[in-house]
Design a protein. Structure first.
Length: 550
């Protein structure tokens, strides 16, 4: 963990300068790269992970926060993906209570709308069989007011309850990375892979990196380069003469105060316009509505943002399903958009075929692995199955590592943290939450609170306590304020205006724990507020006008 403490990043860069040869260099610090990192380190491999932005900066902090079997995948015939997802969902719930928690779903059945209760129950029977446990239950209309107050009742026949799970996606990435760090791996953020190195036979032998903070470059040697860069996967593949395969699909969400749309379940329903599934679900003390599914045509270099059309689309959906709620733009406290690195159906053909794509929602979500002469690339897949994806990648890379594919047949488990006990200032449910999110780090958070009981205070209306901010600054490789507010914690998503009201107290912790001075804080606060305004808020009027023109 020393490399993630204040000043530790400089020590990690010293390791790169030393000329150390690596077994693997992993490009990409989202959930896919993190999963590969942890499994490789557990096998005793000398492993470096680099991320051009912050860990989980991309899709892995902007998902629908669900660890789920993917009922839609079962409905579309993707049985293998659904089966793997259901089993991994159960494993993660068992191993990470407090981070991956059960989330009940409710699906309303309306007269004349497919699927009806009978068909849906048959589908769920397969779902429950895969899970090895029965979750499904049908309720008649009369009990609806107790389950989901305010739900559309016109032509309603009844509702079906089933189960999946939810998580804090960014914290899941960090938890996985921390386990790899504990076992001796090196993970560094704000370090970009500029170019792969090749020998005279065009075999990849390493990678050229550039520090995004200092512009210093590092040329590293590795037995294999793992390209897990998400929507940027094609950039390195094209350096080897490969065609584009990634179809970036954007999914956007609205974040509402829970009191404006109080749901205790994830309510699943179909959009009145295109019949796509939409969800309204509880998360971290707020209600999230999502998601959209459309081609992301902006540059991958730019941070994604919700469009005015997507805002209108989601508001239309939620107001149709909850007709008395009258949700409007004025109720929205935050937005977020992630770009899915989906492998197009046409990826096995020529690049020109991507100009005639299928509908976004028709694209398969399975992951694909490519072996390109010393660089193994991976894209697609789901957050839920990240461990299975990691094993698949390492089995493909085994021949470069003097290993056998069967060496990577089973994934590592998260260690138990039962020794972390509640203190006088933190109750048992809070301890459960901290253990899930931080693992052994929960012990340090308890120590911080025992020394300064005021650190047990919750940050405004969130579930986050101030000790988590201090811990993140001390041990989580925070480089910028947005790292702290949007990914180490989720305060920027669940508090109005990105948590503007609490920044004064956050400032005190940053100055003390990170060693920032007043000018640095002012610079970071300005940067953070620009990010919140441009990428986590409703579109500004100018952007709306541009969209109408386009």
């Amino acid at each position: 963990m020393a490399y993630w403490a204040p000043g530790g990043r400089a020590l990690a860069l010293d390791v790169l300068r030393s000329g150390k040869a690596w077994d693997l260099v992993i490009v990409g610090g989202g959930i896919t790269g993190a999963g590969i990192y942890r499994e490789a380190v557990a096998q005793g491999l000398k492993t470096l992970l680099i991320e051009q932005k912050d860990f989980a900066w991309g899709t892995s902090s902007r998902s629908s926060k669900m660890v789920h079997g993917g009922l839609r995948y079962l409905g579309s015939g993707q049985f293998s993906l659904a089966n793997d997802s259901v089993k991994e969902r159960q494993n993660l719930m068992d191993e990470l209570p407090g981070l991956v928690e059960p989330l009940p779903f409710i699906m309303g059945h309306y007269k004349g709308v497919f699927p009806g209760p009978w068909v849906f129950n048959k589908l769920l029977a397969i779902y429950d069989y895969m899970a090895g446990k029965r979750y499904r239950q049908f309720f008649k209309r009369g009990i609806l007011d107790f389950l989901v107050p305010g739900l559309l009742t016109k032509k309603l026949k009844g509702v079906t309850q089933f189960a999946d799970a939810s998580t804090d996606d960014a914290r899941l990435v960090l938890r996985v990375l921390e386990e790899g760090n504990r076992d001796g791996g090196v993970a560094i953020n704000y370090l970009r892979a500029e170019q792969v190195s090749k020998d005279e036979n065009d075999r990849v032998t390493g990678v050229l990196l550039k520090d995004q903070l200092s512009a210093e470059q590092f040329e590293l040697q590795a037995n294999v380069v793992i390209n897990a860069a998400g929507v940027w996967t094609d950039e390195l593949r094209q350096q080897l003469g490969e065609n584009k395969v990634i179809r970036p699909l954007r999914g956007s969400h609205l974040v509402l105060p829970q009191w404006r749309l109080p749901v205790a379940y994830s309510v699943s329903f179909f959009h009145p316009k295109d019949k796509r599934p939409v969800f309204a679900f509880p998360w971290e003390g707020v209600t999230v509505v999502g998601t959209t599914d459309l081609d992301h045509k902006q540059s991958s270099r730019d941070e994604s943002s919700i469009s005015a059309g997507e805002v209108a689309y989601l508001l239309a959906a939620v107001n149709q399903q909850f007709p008395n709620s009258l949700i409007s733009e004025s109720d929205v406290i935050a937005t977020y958009s992630g770009v899915r690195p989906v492998v197009s159906k046409h990826s096995s053909k020529q690049e020109a075929d991507l100009s005639k794509p299928a509908k976004p929602s028709d694209e398969k979500r399975e992951h694909v692995v490519w072996d390109n002469r010393g660089m193994v690339s991976v894209a697609g897949g789901k957050l839920t199955t990240y461990r299975l994806i990691a094993l698949d990648v390492l089995q493909t890379a085994a021949r470069y590592l003097n290993r056998k594919p069967e060496d990577f047949k089973s994934s590592t488990h998260f260690p138990e943290t039962d020794h972390v006990m509640a203190s006088a200032h933190i109750n048992a449910p809070q301890i459960r939450r901290l253990k899930g999110r931080y693992g052994f780090g929960a012990e340090r958070i308890v120590e911080l609170v025992d020394r300064k009981p005021e650190l047990a205070d919750k940050v405004l209306t969130s579930d986050t306590i101030f000790a988590e901010l201090v811990y993140a600054c001390e041990t989580q490789l925070v480089v910028h304020l947005d790292d702290l507010m949007l990914r180490r914690t989720r305060l920027g998503l669940v508090l109005p205006k990105g948590g503007e009201a609490v920044l004064t107290r956050v400032k005190a912790h940053c100055l003390e724990a990170l060693g920032w001075d007043e000018p640095r804080w002012d610079q970071e606060a300005s940067r953070y507020q620009r990010i919140i305004s441009a990428h986590y808020s409703l579109p500004v009027e100018e952007a709306k006008k541009e969209e109408r023109v386009v």
